[in-house]
Design a protein around this ligand. Structure first.
Ligand SMILES: *[C@@H]1O[C@H](CO)[C@@H](O)[C@H](O)[C@H]1NC(C)=O
Ligand SMILES: *[C@@H]1O[C@H](CO)[C@@H](O)[C@H](O)[C@H]1NC(C)=O
Ligand SMILES: *[C@@H]1O[C@H](CO)[C@@H](O)[C@H](O)[C@H]1NC(C)=O
Ligand SMILES: *[C@@H]1O[C@H](CO)[C@@H](O)[C@H](O)[C@H]1NC(C)=O
Ligand SMILES: *[C@@H]1O[C@H](CO)[C@@H](O)[C@H](O)[C@H]1NC(C)=O
Ligand SMILES: *[C@@H]1O[C@H](CO)[C@@H](O)[C@H](O)[C@H]1NC(C)=O
Ligand SMILES: *[C@@H]1O[C@H](CO)[C@@H](O)[C@H](O)[C@H]1NC(C)=O
Ligand SMILES: *[C@@H]1O[C@H](CO)[C@@H](O)[C@H](O)[C@H]1NC(C)=O
Ligand SMILES: *[C@@H]1O[C@H](CO)[C@@H](O)[C@H](O)[C@H]1NC(C)=O
Ligand SMILES: *[C@@H]1O[C@H](CO)[C@@H](O)[C@H](O)[C@H]1NC(C)=O
Ligand SMILES: *[C@@H]1O[C@H](CO)[C@@H](O)[C@H](O)[C@H]1NC(C)=O
Ligand SMILES: *[C@@H]1O[C@H](CO)[C@@H](O)[C@H](O)[C@H]1NC(C)=O
Length: 856
C-alpha cells in the first residue's frame, strides 16, 4: 500500500496561470582576455501559457536568439538584431507566438507550444564600438503540461474483506513527475488521505470494512492538481461474532440470569455487509427469527442456552454466539427450622433448610446467638450455606429454658425475606422408669422415657454387671433375657438434655416379690362363702399374675367353684358354698417375677355348725272335727343356748281310716301314700322364737304323725319323738265352722309371711333358702327365680404376714348373715345384723307359687 504523504500537494492551484521562470543570477565578469561569457538559466513554462526569456539585464548592441531542439545538435536562429532591427526567423512560428520585448533583447512567447521545449541561446554583443564583449545566455525552457482530470479505476468495487484489490488513477495528460493522492470519504463525510505516492496504482491487500466509502484520486504535478470523480467502495464482510445484549442485564459467573416472571429481551447484533439475518435457538432448536427475541414472563423452564445465529446471505457465511441464561426462582414455602443436640448432648445445633429455588437462598440465624459471636471459631459451623445452614451453639450461655431462634431466608427472586423459628426447652417432667415382661416371658423390658424436650433428650441405661444400653433419644428400652436380670442391684437410667448441665437419673431395682395374706388360717362354718386374700407386700417390678391353687393343688382359674378377683397387686379367692370335707385344706397363692418367685399358704378350716338343742312337741291336736288342721306346740331344751335358727315340722301319713277308703280312690295323694316308704313332709319355720304352728290341708281320713326338728343353718338337730294328733274337743257347729275358717285364714297368712320372709332373707341365708325350697316331695313347690346369688364378701381386719409374729388362726371367719356392704372392713367381730341390704325391696323378683290343696 502506498502511504507516503506529501503535505504540500494541495498548494497547487490548478487553474491559475503561472509562469515558472527561474533567473540565473547575472554574474558578468570583465574578461580582459576577450573571453566569451556563458550564463545558464532555466525557465519553466506551461503549455499554452506565456513565457518570457531574458537575455541579459541590459539591451545588447547585437543579439541572436537560437533554438536547439532537445535530442538534436543543431542550433538554429529564431530571431536576431544586428543593429538594424529585429529579424524573426520562420522557425519562430513553430515556437508559438513569439515577440521581442521592446528595449530589451527578451522574447515573450504566448501560447507556449510543446515544441518550444528546448534550449534557447541568446548570443549578446556589447560595446561593439569599443572593446566588444560577448555573452552567451543559455535559457533552458521546459514546457510543462498540466495534469488532466484523472479518473479512478478499481479492480473490484465490492471486495470481500481480506481480499486484495487495486485502485488506479488514470490520467491522460500531465507532465511528470506526477504525485498521486487517494482520498477516502467515509459515509459520514469525513475525508482523509488514504494513500499517496508517485505511482498511479495502489494495491490494497487485506481489504477491510474500514475501507468502505467514497474514493477519489488527486493527481498533481508542478503545474496543477486535478481530482477525479469519487467512486464507492463497498467492502463485503461478516457476519462478525454476534453480540448479544440481555435486558435486564444481570450477569453471573454462570452467564446471564433473570428472575422468574420478568420480561427478558435478547438482542443480537453481528456486523455484516450486507446486514445480517438472525435466527435464535434455544437448546439447539430454532425459536425465533429476527434480531430481538423477547420472552415475556420467563419461567424456570426457560433456563438454558440461547444461541444467536447471524447469516450473511451474500457471502453465505454465518456466525453464532451462545449465551447461557439462568432463570432464578425462589424455593417454595419458607425455610424449616429444627434444633438437634450436638457434641454428645452438650450443645445445640440449629438447622435451617430451605430447599429448592435457584440459586439457593441465603439463610442465617438470628436470636440469642451470643455464643456463636463470642466463640465463632469453635461454635460456628457452616454447611452448604445456601440451602442449609447449621450453627453450633454451646449451651453454657443459654440459661433460659424456652429460647426462640429464628432463621431468616432471603432469595434474590423474592422481595421479602421469610423465616422460620424453633424453640428449645427442657422436658417438663422428670424421667420415668418402668419395667414390663413380654407375653411369652422371654424378656424383661426396662423402659425409661423423658419426653417433651426440644431437642430430644438422650436416654441411656446402666445396669449391674455391664448390662446397659447406649443412648437413644426420648426413651430407651433395655431388654434383658427373662432370667438374666440381677436382683437387688439398681438399673439406672440416665437422661441428658443439652439445656441442662446435670444428667437426670431414675432407677429400677429388681426384687423378688413377697406375698402377704390377712389371715393364714381361715375358719368358716359350712355352707358359707369365704374369701381368701393374698397381696404383694410392695409394688414390685413386673410380677406375673398371682395364682391361687386350691386344696388339691389345682389352679383355680376358670372353675365355677371359686371366684377369683385379682389385680396386679392382690388376688382374692372366694370359695363358694364351703363344704367341710371337700373345701378344707391348704390353699396356696403364688407369683414370681424375673428375679424370683414366692408363695404363701392359707389354711381353710370348714366347720360344721354345732348341733341345735333338742325340742319336744308338747301339743299335737286337730283343731276341728274335719280333721284337716292340726295345731302344734313345742318346747326347746336349754333355751339359753340360742343355737338354732328355726324348725322343721314334719308329718307323715301312717294309714287311712277304714270305710272311707274305697270312695276316695279319686285322690292322687291317696294313691301315692300307699306306695313306697313313708315320706316326711316338711314345714319350715324360720323364726327361732316361734313355738306353735298349725298344719292345714290334711286329709281327714288319714292318720298322721308329727315331729319337730330344730335347725341351725345347715345342721339339723335330733328329731323329736313323733306324735299322732289328738282328736279335738267337741265343739258347737258354728264354733267349729268359725275355728275352721279362722284356721284357714291363719294358715294362709302364715304361708304368705313365710314366703315374704324367705324372699327377703334369701341373701342372708341363701343356703337355707336353697335347702328349704330345694327339698324333694315338698307339699308345696315354689319356683323362685332370683338373680344370681351375690358373692358374700366382707373382711375381718388385721393384716397378717407370713412368717410374721401374729399367731395363726387368731381370727376366724364366721358365716355372715349380714350384707358385706354393711360390714366394717376393720371390724374384728362378726356382725350379725338381720337388716336386709338397702334397696333390696326394689329388686325385681319373680315369684311363682304353686300350692296344691287337698280338697274335702
Ligand atoms: C492532452 O493533450 C492533447 C494535445 O495537447 C490534447 O489534444 C488533449 O485534449 C489533452 N487531453 C486532456 C484531457 O486535456
Ligand atoms: C474525521 O477524521 C478525523 C481524523 O481521522 C477525526 O478526528 C474526526 O473525528 C473524524 N470526524 C468524523 C465526523 O468522523
Ligand atoms: C517515486 O518515488 C520514489 C520515492 O518515493 C522514488 O524512489 C522513485 O524513483 C520515484 N519514481 C519515479 C518514477 O519518479
Ligand atoms: C501491485 O500488484 C501487482 C500484482 O499483484 C504488482 O505487479 C505490482 O507491482 C503491485 N504494485 C505495487 C505498487 O505494489
Ligand atoms: C477500523 O477502524 C476502527 C476505527 O477507525 C479501528 O478501531 C479498527 O481497528 C479498524 N478495523 C480494521 C479491521 O482495521
Ligand atoms: C436446556 O438446556 C439446559 C442446560 O443444558 C437444561 O438445563 C434444560 O433443561 C434444557 N431445557 C430443555 C427444555 O430441554
Ligand atoms: C457422652 O456423654 C456420656 C455421659 O455424659 C459419656 O459417658 C460418653 O462417654 C460421652 N461420649 C462421648 C463420645 O463423648
Ligand atoms: C421448659 O419449658 C417448657 C415449655 O415452656 C415447659 O413445658 C417445661 O416445663 C420447662 N421446663 C423447665 C425445667 O422449666
Ligand atoms: C380383696 O382382699 C383384700 C384383703 O382382704 C381386701 O382389702 C379387698 O377389698 C378385697 N377385694 C375385693 C374386691 O373384695
Ligand atoms: C403349703 O402347702 C403345701 C401343701 O399343700 C406344702 O407342700 C408347702 O410346703 C406349704 N408351703 C408353706 C410355705 O407352708
Ligand atoms: C336329744 O335327743 C337324742 C335322741 O332322741 C338323745 O340321744 C340326746 O341325748 C338328747 N340330748 C339331750 C341333751 O337330751
Ligand atoms: C281305686 O283305684 C285302683 C287303681 O287306680 C283301682 O284298681 C280300684 O278299683 C279303685 N277302687 C275303687 C273303689 O274305685
Amino acid at each position: 500500500m502506498v502511504a507516503q504523504l506529501l503535505g504540500l500537494a494541495f498548494l497547487f492551484l490548478p487553474t491559475s496561470l503561472v509562469t515558472f521562470t527561474t533567473y540565473a543570477q547575472p554574474t558578468v565578469e570583465i574578461n580582459q582576455n576577450w573571453e566569451v561569457v556563458y550564463q545558464d538559466t532555466r525557465v519553466y513554462g506551461v503549455v499554452g501559457k506565456a513565457v518570457i526569456l531574458e537575455c541579459g539585464p541590459t539591451l545588447p548592441d547585437m543579439y541572436i536568439w537560437s533554438f536547439t531542439k532537445p535530442g538534436t545538435e543543431a542550433i538554429r536562429a529564431v530571431v536576431y538584431d544586428l543593429g538594424k532591427g529585429t529579424r524573426i526567423q520562420n522557425l519562430a512560428k513553430t515556437l508559438g507566438k513569439l515577440t521581442v520585448i521592446s528595449k530589451s533583447a527578451a522574447v515573450s512567447i504566448e501560447k507556449l507550444p510543446l515544441a518550444a521545449h528546448g534550449l534557447f541561446t541568446c548570443q549578446a554583443f556589447y560595446d561593439i564600438d569599443k572593446e566588444p564583449k560577448v555573452y552567451y545566455y543559455y535559457v533552458h525552457l521546459t514546457v510543462r503540461v498540466p495534469v488532466s482530470k484523472p479518473y479512478l479505476l478499481m479492480s473490484d468495487a465490492s471486495p470481500v474483506e481480506g481480499s486484495t484489490m487495486w485502485m488506479r488513477c488514470n490520467l491522460e495528460n500531465g507532465t511528470g513527475p506526477i504525485q498521486y493522492l487517494w482520498q477516502h470519504e467515509t459515509r459520514s463525510g469525513n475525508i482523509s488521505t488514504f494513500a499517496q505516492g508517485n505511482t498511479s496504482v495502489i494495491n490494497v491487500t487485506d481489504v477491510n470494512r474500514n475501507l468502505t466509502g467514497w474514493y477519489r484520486c488527486v493527481a498533481s504535478n508542478a503545474v496543477n492538481s486535478e481530482s477525479s470523480n469519487r467512486l464507492w467502495l463497498d467492502t463485503i464482510f461478516g457476519p462478525d461474532i454476534p453480540q448479544i445484549d440481555v435486558t435486564p442485564y444481570s450477569i453471573t459467573e454462570r452467564g446471564y440470569s433473570a428472575l422468574e416472571r420478568e420480561t427478558v429481551s435478547l438482542l443480537c447484533q453481528a456486523h455484516s455487509n450486507p446486514a445480517s439475518q438472525y435466527v435464535w435457538f434455544y437448546n439447539n432448536s430454532q425459536v425465533y427469527t429476527g434480531p430481538q427475541f423477547t420472552i415475556t414472563k420467563i419461567l424456570r423452564m426457560h433456563t438454558g442456552d440461547y444461541a444467536c445465529l447471524a447469516q450473511n446471505t451474500y457471502l453465505n457465511t454465518r456466525s453464532k454466539k451462545t449465551i447461557s441464561l439462568t432463570v432464578y426462582y425462589p424455593p417454595d414455602g419458607s425455610p424449616t427450622c429444627s434444633v438437634e443436640p450436638a457434641l454428645n448432648h452438650t450443645s445445640l445445633r440449629l438447622l435451617c433448610s430451605w430447599p429448592g429455588g435457584f440459586p439457593s437462598p441465603s439463610l442465617y440465624w438470628t436470636g440469642d446467638l451470643r455464643q456463636e459471636g463470642r466463640d465463632g471459631a469453635d461454635t460456628g459451623e457452616q454447611t452448604n450455606p445456601l440451602t442449609n445452614t447449621a450453627i453450633l451453639l454451646s449451651t453454657e450461655g443459654l440459661t433460659s429454658n424456652n429460647t426462640l431462634f429464628t432463621c431468616m431466608g432471603t432469595h434474590l427472586a423474592l422481595k421479602q425475606s421469610t423465616q422460620c423459628s424453633t424453640r428449645t426447652y427442657i422436658p417438663p417432667a422428670e424421667p420415668v422408669c418402668f419395667a414390663y415382661v413380654t407375653n411369652n416371658q422371654q424378656y424383661l423390658m426396662l423402659s425409661c422415657s423423658w419426653d417433651g424436650g426440644a431437642p430430644k433428650a438422650l436416654v441411656w441405661w446402666e445396669g449391674p454387671g455391664g448390662q446397659g444400653k447406649g443412648g437413644e433419644e426420648n426413651s430407651n428400652i433395655l431388654i434383658l433375657r427373662y432370667g438374666t436380670a440381677r436382683s437387688g442391684k439398681p438399673y439406672t437410667c440416665h437422661a441428658k438434655h443439652p439445656l441442662l448441665v446435670q444428667t437426670k437419673t431414675c432407677r429400677l431395682t429388681l426384687e423378688a416379690p413377697v406375698l402377704l395374706t390377712q389371715r393364714r388360717v381361715v375358719s368358716v362354718y359350712e355352707g358359707s362363702d369365704v374369701e381368701l386374700s393374698c397381696n404383694l407386700r410392695a409394688n414390685y417390678l413386673p410380677v406375673n399374675d398371682i395364682i391361687w391353687f386350691n386344696n388339691q393343688g389345682v389352679d383355680v382359674q376358670g372353675t365355677s367353684k371359686y371366684t377369683l378377683l385379682r389385680t396386679s397387686a392382690w388376688a382374692n379367692l372366694t370359695v363358694k358354698d364351703t363344704h367341710e370335707i371337700q373345701d378344707s385344706g391348704e390353699y396356696r397363692c403364688s407369683t414370681s417375677n424375673a428375679v424370683g418367685g414366692t408363695e404363701i399358704n392359707v389354711t381353710l378350716v370348714v366347720k360344721r355348725h354345732p348341733m341345735p338343742p333338742n325340742a319336744t312337741l308338747v301339743k299335737v291336736v286337730y283343731i276341728s272335727r274335719q280333721r284337716n288342721e292340726v295345731e302344734l306346740e313345742w318346747q326347746v331344751e336349754n333355751e339359753e343356748e340360742k343355737g338354732w335358727t328355726g324348725f322343721i315340722l314334719e308329718h307323715v301319713w301312717l294309714s287311712e281310716r277304714p270305710g272311707r277308703r274305697g270312695s276316695s280312690n279319686d285322690s292322687k295323694e291317696d294313691t301315692e301314700e300307699r306306695i313306697g316308704p313313708p315320706v316326711w313332709y316338711r314345714n319350715i319355720i324360720q323364726d327361732p322364737e316361734v313355738r306353735s304352728h298349725t298344719i292345714s290341708r290334711l286329709t281327714p281320713t288319714a292318720t298322721y304323725q308329727f315331729r319337730i326338728i330344730p335347725v341351725n343353718h345347715r345342721t339339723l338337730g335330733h328329731p323329736s319323738a313323733a306324735k299322732t294328733p289328738a282328736e279335738p274337743r267337741y265343739n258347737v257347729y258354728p264354733a267349729v265352722i268359725g275355728a275352721a275358717i279362722g284356721g284357714m285364714l291363719f294358715a294362709a297368712i302364715l304361708t304368705a309371711l313365710l314366703l315374704v320372709f324367705i324372699i327377703r332373707n334369701r341373701n342372708n341365708n341363701p343356703r337355707l333358702h336353697d335347702m328349704l325350697f330345694g327339698l324333694q316331695h315338698s307339699q308345696s313347690r315354689e319356683n323362685i327365680n332370683f338373680p344370681e346369688d351375690e358373692v358374700v364378701g366382707g373382711s375381718e381386719g388385721g393384716i397378717e404376714e407370713i412368717g410374721g409374729l401374729a399367731s395363726p388362726g387368731a381370727t376366724m371367719a364366721l358365716p355372715r348373715a349380714s350384707s358385706p356392704l354393711t360390714t366394717s372392713p376393720l371390724s374384728a367381730t362378726p356382725t350379725t345384723s338381720q337388716a336386709p341390704p338397702p334397696g333390696d325391696d326394689n329388686e325385681p323378683v319373680s315369684v311363682t307359687i304353686t300350692v296344691k290343696a287337698t280338697g274335702s
